[in-house]
Design a protein around this ligand. Structure first.
Ligand SMILES: C[C@H](O)[C@H](O)[C@H]1CNC2=NC(N)=NC(=O)C2=N1
Length: 112
């Protein structure tokens, strides 16, 4: 099943982080996302470009709606002409399958 069709599962502190094997399966499905390291924690990040501020903030709000619908929330930095979206799972201080699902949904929002 496509990541975009999947739902986030409830996150708790004992939820599993993605393994190397999981990442090998999941990252190719969201190839435009970088796995970054912030203070030793992995996060998924992508910068989307826009022609102006209004379209950047409209996209930001759509990602916010998707986050509320799934109960999983990103860091969003809206600037003139670009939005930086970062997904990770606070409860486990790292990457969960949910983050890859939300990265795929974010790409889908950007494509519409
Ligand atoms: C109770 C509530 O569902 C949790 O606090 C959720 C909210 N959104 C969340 N978002 C993210 N990215 N990570 C979390 O651990 C998280 N926890």
């Amino acid at each position: 099943m496509q990541l975009t069709e999947q739902k986030c599962t409830a996150c708790h502190k004992d939820a599993p982080r993605v393994t190397k094997e999981d990442i090998a399966e999941l990252h190719p499905q969201v190839p435009d996302w970088q796995i970054i390291d912030v203070d030793g924690q992995s996060r998924l990040e992508r910068i989307y470009k826009f022609p102006d501020f209004v379209s950047a903030i409209a996209f930001t709000n759509k990602v916010g709606e998707a986050a509320e619908a799934e109960g999983h929330h990103p860091a969003l930095l809206t600037e003139w002409g670009k939005v930086t979206v970062t997904w990770w799972t606070h409860a486990i201080s790292g990457l969960h399958r949910n983050d890859f699902i939300m990265a795929a949904k974010t790409d889908q929002i950007a494509a519409t």
